[in-house]
Ligand binder design. Structure first.
Ligand code: GRF
Length: 197
């Protein structure tokens, strides 16, 4: 029987899935009414092993497939989701998919947007660009997904200081720690503040 009070989250990932793991640990295993109903990946990646370990259904779309096909698959998996979380998902979502889920798709990005976002700005490239620009701070941003790349409305950010001698690698580790705090906190806030219907 479906629990009417339960909130369902679908996570989209392409990589190691450490943000996916932190959502499992802080939501699913922490007595909230939030359940991760599925993981979707767009390539073989470690995130699926985490899903298997925690008995979460997972699906793989193919980033080289016709995007209409991927959109239809995603729409089916996400149709009853209360929130769709892009956690290191590298494929661009179609405008048709985004239009179907207004203010229900969020993304985590490892910089203080609007700085260091946009096409080609992902993973270590972001942190290297921050170091090259001699920034004093960096951080991470959770934002709604719109049809641009990293342009949707900002929901929350966390900041880290950049120390003397900081490298892209050390910065990535520091920012990831903040990502793991910020993302579950935002998901909880969005789902627990919203009315239960
Ligand atoms: C994170 O830095 C996230 O901000 C970015 O991709 C990375 C994914 O890490 N979008 P993980 O797969 O969650 O470990």
């Amino acid at each position: 029987m479906t629990n009417q009070l339960e909130k369902k989250v679908v996570v989209l990932a392409s990589g190691g899935g450490s943000n996916f793991q932190t959502l499992i640990d802080s939501l699913q295993n922490d007595g909230t009414n939030i359940r991760i109903s599925a993981l979707v990946v767009d390539r073989p990646c470690q995130a699926t092993q985490r899903a298997r370990h925690h008995h979460i259904d997972y699906f793989e779309v193919n980033r080289h497939n016709d995007s209409n096909y991927n959109t239809q698959v995603l729409k089916t998996i996400c149709q009853s989701a209360d929130l769709i979380v892009c956690a290191g998902y590298l494929s661009i979502l179609s405008a048709e998919f985004i239009a179907q889920f207004p203010e229900k798709i969020i993304n985590i990005h490892p910089s203080l947007l609007p700085k260091f976002g946009g096409a080609g700005m992902y993973g270590m490239k972001v942190h290297q660009a921050v170091i090259n620009a001699k920034e004093k701070t960096s951080g991470c941003t959770v934002h709604y997904v719109d049809t641009g790349v990293d342009t949707g409305k900002i929901i929350a950010q966390a900041t880290v200081d950049i120390e003397k001698g900081e490298t892209a690698e050390t910065l990535q580790k520091k920012v990831l720690i903040e990502e793991h705090r910020l993302l579950p906190a935002v998901v909880k806030k969005l789902l627990q503040d919203s009315k239960i219907t």
